[in-house]
Design a protein around this ligand. Structure first.
Ligand code: HEC
Length: 118
């Protein structure tokens, strides 16, 4: 009985997932990965975009600094996964709480974008 109570929610969860395709799931996660939206920095189509511009002054010279999130449409899955679990990037947050299933859904979605928009 106790086992049944434990397993039940898993079935319910699995059933719930059937209502959306993996692609839709990936889209949802790309825009809301339980953290800052990927789209906010990488753009709606994962095409990359400028996050911020600012000036620093060095030896009385104004230097323009641009912070840019790269295009991520052509990253290999290995690299993609590695970047989400990174320990060293300065701008991008860590997404080490994402499950393999979630990561592959986001990846699938981004791949679909790259076919649409190059
Ligand atoms: C706050 C802005 C920001 C957010 C939010 C963000 N990124 Fe990034 N991402 C960056 C920046 C900037 C880089 C370039 C590396 C660096 O310096 O941090 C990067 C690098 C990457 C790379 C490596 C690209 C390459 O060519 O090696 C991947 C893949 C990536 N991001 C995927 C994602 C995904 C997926 C999400 C959402 C789960 C996300 N990012 C959210 C800013 C962001």
């Amino acid at each position: 009985m106790r086992l049944l109570l434990f397993i039940m929610p898993l079935f319910l969860y699995a059933k719930e997932n059937w209502f959306i395709t993996k692609l839709e799931y990936g889209k949802m996660l790309y825009n809301n990965p339980r953290g800052i939206s990927c789209a906010k920095c990488h753009g709606k189509y994962a095409q990359g975009k400028i996050i911020s511009k600012y000036y620093i002054t060095k030896k009385n010279q104004k230097i323009l600094k641009i912070i840019k999130a790269p295009n991520i449409q052509n990253v290999s899955f290995e690299e993609f996964k590695k970047k989400l679990f990174h320990k060293y990037l300065s701008v991008m947050p860590k997404y080490d709480y994402l499950t393999n299933q979630e990561i592959s859904a986001i990846y699938l979605y981004i791949q679909s974008l790259s076919r649409k928009k190059k």
